[in-house]
Design a protein around this ligand. Structure first.
Ligand code: IMP
Ligand code: MG
Length: 403
């Protein structure tokens, strides 16, 4: 389970206590009465205290993380699998903000939910980033983060002016997607709305336009914005961006790993009687539904877990990083993962720090999700729709203006 997910569940549990103690769904009083406001005030105070305590716990953990005494972190004792924090999380302030947006403390019947916590953590992360330094690189997942699943980034997408604004602020932008194609045309087709807007923009200078890159197949194919290309994207040779560790991934190992994964997927198709076909690519192998068919969540998740376990247990699976994930209506096993993808983007732009990078994605559950690996390489925000991505970028812009 990822750190963020664990912390979210733990926070939800912590906030349930004041909710149970202070909410009074059965009392006889009119809505908007003074007593209701009073209860909201008490709940708010208690929730804020809890957020402050957890924030302190994380700050203490960061101190131990930085001076090499991680064994003495209380958070590490409570959550042994806790990962590295690249910035503090301003949970107290973030909760106050989200409470104003979502009226969490005013609710009498519905306790603080998973979504309340997810959004509070996103805000706390943005505040932590802006407070500590400047965000220099934003990486975006594609499907569900920038556009609906399987759709394209068309010119009417409200995320486009926000991304142009990020470039205008001299930030670097990477789209780090699992979608794996070797040709620039395929990405250009899906991202044309954004590419055209950058191309036509009169406010962006060339260096800013050239600050957009696309990393496909998690960490396998890099493309850069290129005004001179007919499709506005050009393939970047691997020699220009591969990290040293990635140079040791041999073609034989890649083929062997994909063979193991393919046979695991074939077994699942037959054992679970899946209405699916196999798709073998250069750096990935997957199953996709036959025409007009859909697979259900349990089938997809079972397939991911089987493929993951079989590859993990193979010898080549111990030599080569890979990512098995549930794409909503398909399952893919990719060579590498988004942590490598984000690290390569950081390096491509001259070595941007993990604490100055934010990855925005929708897949952060550990079993069968691909964005959560990015958490190893940078700070992250977990959104659930393209509209939430837009909202998050607006929140970031306001925080930066206020600073
Ligand atoms: P993402 O959300 O942008 O990471 O895109 C994930 C989706 O890309 C998957 O669910 C697949 O439908 C699609 N896809 C296309 N080619 C590949 C590939 O080579 N590997 C993994 N996913 C792929
Ligand atoms: Mg996605």
């Amino acid at each position: 389970m990822t750190t963020r997910y664990r912390v979210e569940y733990a926070l939800k549990g912590l906030l349930a206590v004041p909710f149970v103690l202070h909410s009074q769904p059965t009392v006889q009083y009119k809505e908007h009465s003074r007593s209701l406001a009073h209860i909201a005030e008490i709940s708010h105070k208690r929730y804020v205290e809890i957020m402050r305590d957890v924030e302190t716990l994380i700050n203490d953990h960061i101190v131990h993380q930085n001076d090499g005494s991680i064994g003495r972190s209380k958070l590490k004792l409570l959550v042994p699998a806790v990962g590295t924090f690249f910035t503090p999380l301003l949970l107290e302030e973030a909760f106050k903000y989200q409470d104003q947006q979502r009226f969490i403390s005013h609710r009498r019947f519905v306790p603080p939910s998973f979504n309340d916590i997810r959004l509070t953590l996103n805000t706390a992360q943005l505040m932590g980033l802006v407070n500590a330094s400047k965000v220099e690189l934003l990486t975006f997942d594609g499907d569900v983060t920038l556009y609906d699943d399987g759709a394209s980034l068309t010119e009417d997408n409200p995320v486009i002016p926000r991304i142009v604004h990020l470039l205008h602020q001299n930030k670097k932008v990477g789209i780090v997607t699992a979608a794996g194609y070797t040709e620039a045309e395929k990405y250009a087709e899906r991202l044309h709305g954004l590419l055209d807007a950058i191309h036509k923009s009169s406010e962006l200078v060339d260096a800013q336009k050239n600050s957009l890159i696309v990393m496909g197949g998690e960490s396998n194919f890099l493309f850069k914005f290129d005004a001179s290309s007919p499709v506005l994207l050009t393939y970047v040779e691997r020699s220009e961006w591969l990290l040293d560790e990635m140079k040791s991934w041999s073609e034989e190992d890649i083929t062997e790993l994909l063979d193991v994964a393919e046979s695991a997927l074939r077994d699942c198709v037959s054992n679970l009687n899946l209405p699916a076909a196999i798709l073998r690519k250069d750096r990935a192998v997957g199953i996709y539904p036959l025409d007009g068919k859909k697979m259900h969540r349990e089938q997809l998740e079972e397939t991911v877990l089987v493929a993951q376990q079989i590859v993990e247990m193979s010898e080549v699976g111990r030599r080569l990083p890979f990512c098995a994930f549930n794409g909503g209506n398909d399952v893919f096993v990719d060579i590498g993962d988004k942590s490598w993808g984000v690290l390569a983007c950081q390096r491509y732009f001259g070595g941007i720090a993990r604490s100055k990078t934010l990855h925005i994605g929708d897949q952060f559950l550990s079993a069968g999700a691909n964005d959560f690996k990015a958490r190893l390489a940078c700070t992250t925000a977990w959104i659930s729709s393209p509209a939430e991505t837009v909202q998050l970028l607006d929140e970031l812009a306001v925080l930066e203006e206020d600073k």
